[in-house]
Write a protein that binds this ligand. Structure first.
Ligand code: CMP
Length: 134
């Protein structure tokens, strides 16, 4: 199924100057990048974006981290894009991610894991609307 999904290059990967390499990985894996935006989230925006994790113990730290510097939000498109993006990213915890995945290459810990990707059709729609509603 042809799908759209949201990818975020997080502040840690931006600080590492990995934007270009990560975009290259998406393109060489066949994704079309159909929208892209660099921005800095406010705390209020980060809390809204990650609201499904509001009750988790890592929520405040996650939101502070996501506000700690600029991020790059992208719309990735392609056949089976949602699952394929999750495969290309690798496991949430970089120490469990397979070789060759973005999180293995650029993530340092579960908190600083380089990229975010939507995990379902519902979250992809909500998350793309969050960044690209206009
Ligand atoms: P992300 O895909 O952006 O979605 C939520 C983020 O919370 C996740 O990546 C991790 O960076 C972070 N996080 C920290 N601790 C955990 C945890 N125990 N389980 C899931 N995500 C966590």
């Amino acid at each position: 199924m042809y799908q759209k999904t949201l990818s975020i290059i997080k502040p840690d990967a931006v600080k590492k100057k990995a934007i270009g390499n990560i975009i290259n990985i998406f393109e060489t894996n066949g994704f079309t990048i159909s929208d892209i935006k660099m921005l800095k989230l406010s705390m209020e925006e980060a809390r809204e974006f990650y609201k499904e994790h509001a009750a988790r113990p890592f929520f405040n730290g996650l939101c502070e981290f996501m506000c700690s510097g600029p991020i790059v939000a992208m719309c990735l498109e392609g056949e089976g894009a949602i699952l394929k993006n999750r495969e290309v990213m690798g496991a949430t915890n970089p120490s469990e991610a397979e070789a060759g995945t973005i999180r293995k290459m650029y993530g340092d810990s579960i908190d600083n894991n380089a990229v975010h990707g939507s995990d379902s059709t519902e979250s992809a729609e909500r998350e793309l609307n969050f960044f690209f509603s206009n």
